[in-house]
Design a protein around this ligand. Structure first.
Ligand code: URA
Length: 207
């Protein structure tokens, strides 16, 4: 067989392994009791989208609708994220991978506690290591601070390339914040344009 044939045979196996490992991880998360949020959840919210996506969006934590449906970003901020993906980026939600720092809904949508983020972080890290996207978009402070191990604000982390395990990472505002402050949507769109440049191969940020 030619090298080309070996490649077409070999590559699905590699991503197939990652898909299987993601399923196993999702199953583990379903039974997770690492923090007290498990007592209040209807169900865990692992991720949605393609396990071989070039881009991963990382949000904060499930809200009410997410807890009910078991899917990330399906409430009001989800509608805005869907608009960003479909109307702005001209992609489909199925083409991207969407997940959160925290897999269970905090009561009354309060901010996740540091101990909850610490308990849940290994799941996110494994998701990112298995999906291996070309670019990561951190939606808001909880995602940015968890992935970049910083206390800086979303505003000061924007407008530059960061790296998570060598993968370019862009920080933008959380859709829930954009719904409260629609005047900031322009800035979020600027951030997304930079992400698109990586996806389109126009730029390759290096650490
Ligand atoms: N829905 C999510 O899944 N994550 C958020 O961060 C907000 C809403």
């Amino acid at each position: 067989v030619s090298a080309e044939e070996v490649e077409t045979v070999a590559s699905p196996t590699v991503s197939g392994d990652a898909v299987a490992q993601l399923s196993a991880l999702e199953e583990a998360v379903r039974g997770c009791r690492q923090c007290a949020l498990c007592d209040g959840r209807k169900q865990t919210v692992f991720a949605q989208g393609s396990p071989t996506a070039d881009i991963v969006f990382v949000g904060e934590a499930p809200g009410e609708q997410e807890d009910i449906q078991g899917l990330p970003f399906v409430g009001p901020s989800g509608q805005l994220l869907t608009d960003i993906i479909t109307k702005g980026m001209k992609m489909q939600r199925e083409d991207v991978y969407i997940c959160n720092v925290i897999k269970c809904r905090p009561p009354n949508n309060r901010d996740p506690l540091p101990a909850e983020k610490d308990a849940c972080e290994p799941y996110l890290l494994q998701q990112l290591d298995l999906v291996k996207p070309k670019v990561i978009c951190a939606l808001g402070g909880h995602a940015a601070k968890t992935l970049l191990k910083t206390d800086e604000s979303t505003g000061s982390l924007r407008e530059k390339w960061h790296f998570y395990h060598g993968i370019p990472l862009r920080v933008t505002y959380h859709p829930a914040y954009l719904l409260r402050s629609p005047g900031e949507k322009r800035k979020a769109w600027d951030d997304i344009q930079e992400v698109l440049k990586v996806l389109n191969g126009e730029i390759t940020p290096t650490p």
